[in-house]
Design a protein around this ligand. Structure first.
Ligand SMILES: Nc1nc2c(ncn2[C@@H]2O[C@H](COP(=O)(O)OP(=O)(O)O)[C@@H](O)[C@H]2O)c(=O)[nH]1
Ligand SMILES: [Mg+2]
Length: 315
């Protein structure tokens, strides 16, 4: 079954792709076979991460970027991990109209994923989804995530290039969004530049970035102003993303890909080892006993963990 599906996927059959991503989301055993079968055909696409607060205009930007890449003749894949994503069929009329624009285009594949409820985690489902789109020949692959929460940041952190979207008047305080998200930006997008406060936001951002001195290896991220709903500034942004990729070069691409590979392998190992420990050491009430002792304070958690680990034979 997986082989036939893999063949259809590699031939860029959109129905096979949709099916494959569902298998991945549901963490079905067939998904593993499928990924194994197509793995050697992945790693070709450029992955562009777009992240920012809900409502900052990520989907609107992604929509305009799709149009930009389509004009250049590229086949575009989108994975949107955002509960408020326009691509999940948001109720706003404008969103539906935008979606329809690309709906009939075989050169565009858009998939939205829920932020919760993935067995094995959101990061795994998203990374697997990216690989499937990659195997099907979509390039670039745009990944939209809300820049809130560790899971969501983890998902885009290792994209080949990361755009962080900010909007004027967002709590009027750059500090509020500083944690974790400023650090992962290769490029900043000040969207909704048609609104008041864009100058102030840019000044605040520049001040915040000045605190972390730019080195040659990590230049200060460029800042682009956009009005996504009108497409203003989007060609400049797309060019900025290209330049960033070109400037960073093969070395950073290699580093990011190794980071992504390491994170994926470690996540699978952690999951697999825990399952093994549960099965081989903690079954038959052993886990409950240990938990009770820790809760009763007759055993400390460190000693408990050490005892369990001593009984695990890894190799
Ligand atoms: N005024 C203005 N509104 C925008 C702009 N970009 C997006 N919006 C609106 O902001 C809302 C949220 O946009 P959306 O793309 O769904 O944001 P997301 O949640 O980050 O994906 C929608 O109503 C958009 O029409 C912009 O540049 N200017
Ligand atoms: Mg969205």
């Amino acid at each position: 079954m997986a082989v036939a599906l893999a063949e259809r996927l590699l031939a860029a059959d959109p129905r096979a792709l949709a099916r494959a991503i569902s298998l991945v989301e549901e963490a079905r055993p067939a998904a593993v076979e499928l990924l194994q079968a197509v793995w050697s055909r992945t790693g070709r696409a450029t992955v562009v991460g777009v992240t920012g607060a809900p409502g900052s205009g990520k989907s609107s930007l992604v929509d305009r970027l799709i149009a930009h890449y389509r004009t250049a003749g590229r086949r575009v894949g989108v994975v949107a991990v955002d509960p408020s994503s326009a691509f999940s069929g948001g109720a706003i009329l404008g969103d539906r109209v935008r979606m329809q624009e690309h709906a009939g285009d075989p050169g565009v594949f858009i998939r939205s994923m829920a932020t919760r409820g993935h067995l094995g985690g959101l990061a795994r489902a998203t990374n697997d989804g990216i690989d499937l789109l990659d195997a099907a020949g979509y390039d670039p692959i745009l990944v939209e995530t809300v820049g809130v929460g560790q899971d969501e940041i983890e998902v885009v952190r290792t994209a080949d290039v990361v755009a962080v979207v900010l909007v004027p008047g967002m709590g009027d305080d750059i500090q509020a969004i500083k944690a974790g998200i400023l650090e992962i930006a290769d490029v900043f997008v000040l969207n909704k530049a048609d609104r008041e406060g864009a100058d102030r936001l840019e000044a605040d951002l520049v001040a915040a970035l000045a605190l972390a001195p730019a080195s040659e290896r990590a230049p200060r991220p460029p800042i682009f102003r956009t009005v996504a709903v009108r497409g203003e500034g989007v060609p400049e942004l797309a060019l900025g993303l290209e330049q960033c990729l070109a400037r960073a070069g093969a070395r950073r691409r290699g580093t990011r890909r190794r980071e992504r590979a390491a994170a994926r392998l470690e996540a699978l190992l952690a999951e697999g080892l825990l399952a093994r420990v549960r099965e081989r050491v903690l079954a038959g009430g052993v886990l409950d006993d240990l938990v009770q002792q820790i809760a009763d304070r007759t055993l400390d958690p460190y000693t408990a963990a050490r005892r369990v680990l001593e009984r695990v034979e890894v190799s």
